[in-house]
Design a protein around this ligand. Structure first.
Ligand code: AFP
Length: 314
């Protein structure tokens, strides 16, 4: 019998409660994967005409993926609110407003890759509310450091659809099997290789990086003996980094003095996975998981991957 997402119930103290939420992510993933496969035929590609809270142009698929994800979180009955890249404010799920968990999500990360049929992903994390569950959840419930995250993961929409997640007991990768219509465990106990792999960064920004990063980066390139790959879709770039080793970075630069990637639904979930897989996740001299969030859409610089490569840059 293949091992499915149900196995999460046996992992960690929060496993039984996380199982329905991660199963909900799995349902959203299959719907989003279906949407992506047929998007060109349904007129679902292209701009939606609006901007998200980051001032970035929303694609129609960003909006649809956000709706799908929210509906599947609602259907779990365990989620009181969702904080999404596509929504300025926290979305409270009124019928379950006294459920215990909040989910942070980037429903379709790397969506600029859609024009070239490149890989995209969904990134999520789960926290337990701080306010009493007799009250309406607040945005402040989402502002929890990565050390308080209960579960996190991503979905990679590539040649296959993969759901990689952790409930604090290592990182496990499940691949969608179209024959059984289930996610089946394909990559148990993923570990970041200690050496080798690739560096992954938008190097076109190198002359605008702040501080002495360019010197450190050049020294790392000479000493670490890494190859180079960059997709420009964090999920794809991090999936490779988890499996092959090396480092993914999006540092602060003159244009993005706080970095580009969002703390709550990009940096923290990926940092959680990297540390669970034995790697290192840094931001501004500390672990990504120790950064205290100040806002739902806050950005931070990130350096994620094999400890040996990360240490040469921070
Ligand atoms: P899009 O969703 O706008 O494509 O942004 C993707 C992303 O947030 C992340 O997935 C990438 O790692 C990063 O931006 C790429 O940014 P650059 O295009 O500046 O290299």
């Amino acid at each position: 019998m293949p091992i499915t997402l149900n196995s999460i119930a046996k992992q960690g103290v929060h496993g039984p409660a996380m199982m329905p939420i991660i199963q909900g992510v799995g349902r959203a993933a299959t719907e989003i994967a279906y949407l992506l496969r047929g998007a060109v035929f349904r007129g679902a590609l292209g701009a939606a005409g609006g901007e998200n809270v980051q001032g970035e142009q929303q694609q129609k698929i960003d909006v649809l993926s956000d709706e799908i994800f929210l509906e599947e979180m609602r259907a779990t009955g365990f989620v009181c609110a969702v904080g999404s890249e596509e929504q300025e404010d926290l979305l409270v799920i009124e019928e379950y407003a006294n459920a215990d968990y909040l989910v942070l999500v980037d429903p379709l990360d790397g969506s600029s890759n859609l024009d070239i049929d490149g890989p995209v992903g969904t990134i999520f994390s789960v926290v337990k509310r701080k306010t009493a569950n007799t009250e309406t959840p607040l945005e402040s419930d989402t502002l929890q450091a990565g050390r308080d995250v209960i579960a996190a993961g991503y979905v990679l929409y590539g040649p296959s659809t993969m759901l990689v997640c952790s409930v604090g007991q290592g990182v496990h990768g499940f691949t969608y099997n179209p024959t059984s219509a289930r996610f089946e465990l394909s990559h148990p106990d993923m570990r970041v290789p200690a050496s080798g792999g690739y560096y992954s960064v938008n190097e076109a920004n190198a002359d605008k990086w702040l501080g002495d990063l360019q010197q450190k980066f050049n020294a790392m390139k000479q000493q670490a003996g890494l190859g180079m790959r960059y997709v420009g879709s964090m999920v794809a770039d991090m999936h490779r980094t988890l499996l092959k080793g090396g480092v993914f970075l999006y540092p602060a630069d003159e244009k993005n003095p706080n970095g580009k990637l969002r703390l709550l639904y990009e940096a923290i979930p990926m940092g959680f996975l990297v540390e669970q897989a034995g790697g290192k996740a840094m931001s501004q001299g500390a672990s990504v998981l120790d950064v205290q969030p100040q806002g739902l859409h806050q950005r931070v610089p990130v350096y994620l991957g094999s400890a040996s490569a990360v240490d040469m840059l921070v």
